[in-house]
Structure formats: structure tokens, C-alpha cells
Design a protein around this ligand. Structure first.
Ligand code: SAM
Length: 194
């Protein structure tokens, strides 16, 4: 596999392609401009259909996502304007939850994802995904809150038991301040109480 200019995105997409099946439910926890939401919908469409739940705290992000979905003629996506700290109720098991952390490109940089709510969300996401399901997290250590967020995330997930979770963490050492890609896959059923 030869990467182009955004290897973190290509890598994430290749993992999604491999993981997703017909009929799956997926969540994009940070819709932003809608590129990842569309990619999830496209993959599911190519596999025979499925559902995407898209979340963002900014209505502007959801408008952009909606516009992109319409322009690409993609369906099967429900959008929610709320924090991902807590997820909307779901009626079936979730295969994949995707985060592309940071702020909305061409938007207010103050409205970035924050360490505390990201950790709360990941904690909930780990409980929500089905066995065999995964979390895909793109981290942006190139800005101060992003660096703090990534460090806290890595510390938190390092405690997850290896018999239950398979975790890998891709960095791009020769690209200055490049985004990193984290993949957390649930291998077995778990019992996390708090
Ligand atoms: C880097 S952008 C996401 C890019 C997007 N996945 C794409 O493909 O264009 C990060 C997004 O996270 C959103 N965000 C920040 N804090 C959030 C929170 N607590 N819950 C949900 N979304 C949040 C921001 O509004 C922003 O749109």
C-alpha cells in the first residue's frame, strides 16, 4: 500500500473497509465537514446497505455534512446536534465508532474536541461497540489541546486488558506534527462497570 498526502485518513479508511459488513450500524462521533460520514455511508452502500449515525456539537458542521451527503446521493444517515460525550439511543449493536478529533476546518478553532468529553465519550463507546467492533480515532497533536487530548487518551486506553482489546497506534515519525491514528478493537465481551 502506497500512501498519498493524508496517510492517516487512508489508513483509517482501509481499516473501515475491512471491518464493515452489510447491515452494520456505525457512528461518526465528529462529523465536521462530512467527509468521514460520507465515507462510512459509501462503504456500507457498497456492501449492500447499513446505517450511520452522525454527531457534531455544531449545527454548521451538520449542515455541511448534510450538503455533502446530498451531493453524493448517499442515504441511511441520521444526524444529531449534540456532544458525543453521550450517544443517542441505538436499537442494534454498533460495529464501528469513528472520531476525527480537533476543530472544524474553516470554522471556529475554539470549538475543538476537549480532553474531558473525549475521554467520557471513548469510555462510553468502548461499552457500546459489539464484540468484533472497533473505535477509530484520529488524533491531532499539532495543537496544544490536541496534544493533551492524545496523551490522556493513550494513558487511558493503555489500561484496557489485552485479552479483551486489540489496540494499535500508528504514528508518522518523519511528518512534523502529523495526525496519528489509533485503532481499538474489542475481541471479547467485557464487563466494565464505571
Ligand atoms: C476535525 S473535525 C472532524 C472532521 C470530519 N470527520 C470530516 O470528515 O470532515 C472535528 C469536529 O468535532 C466537533 N466536535 C468538537 N467537540 C465535540 C463534541 N464534544 N461532540 C461532538 N462533536 C464535537 C467539531 O465541531 C468539529 O466539527
Amino acid at each position: 500500500m502506497l500512501f498519498g498526502s493524508k496517510p492517516h485518513i487512508e489508513l483509517a479508511h482501509s481499516y473501515w473497509e475491512k471491518l464493515l459488513h452489510k447491515g452494520d450500524l456505525t457512528i461518526d462521533a465528529t462529523c465536521g465537514n462530512g467527509h468521514d460520514t460520507c465515507k462510512l455511508a459509501e462503504i456500507l452502500q457498497s456492501k449492500g446497505g447499513g446505517q450511520v449515525i452522525g454527531i457534531d456539537i455544531q449545527q454548521e458542521a451538520l449542515e455541511r455534512t448534510k450538503g455533502l451527503l446530498i451531493s453524493k446521493n448517499l442515504t441511511g444517515v441520521d444526524l444529531f446536534c449534540q456532544s458525543h460525550a453521550n450517544f443517542p439511543a441505538v436499537s442494534s449493536p454498533v460495529r464501528l465508532i469513528v472520531y476525527n478529533l480537533g476543530y472544524l476546518p474553516r470554522g471556529d478553532k475554539q470549538l475543538t474536541t476537549l480532553t474531558e468529553s473525549t475521554l467520557e465519550s471513548v469510555h462510553n463507546a468502548i461499552k457500546l461497540i459489539m464484540t468484533g467492533g472497533a473505535l477509530s480515532i484520529t488524533c491531532y497533536p499539532g495543537h496544544p489541546e490536541g496534544a493533551k487530548e492524545e496523551k490522556a487518551l493513550i494513558k487511558e486506553i493503555s489500561h484496557l486488558p489485552s485479552e479483551t482489546f486489540s489496540i494499535c497506534y500508528h504514528t508518522f515519525p518523519n511528518r512534523l506534527a502529523a495526525p496519528n491514528f489509533l485503532w481499538i478493537q474489542k475481541k471479547n465481551a467485557i464487563n466494565i462497570n464505571n
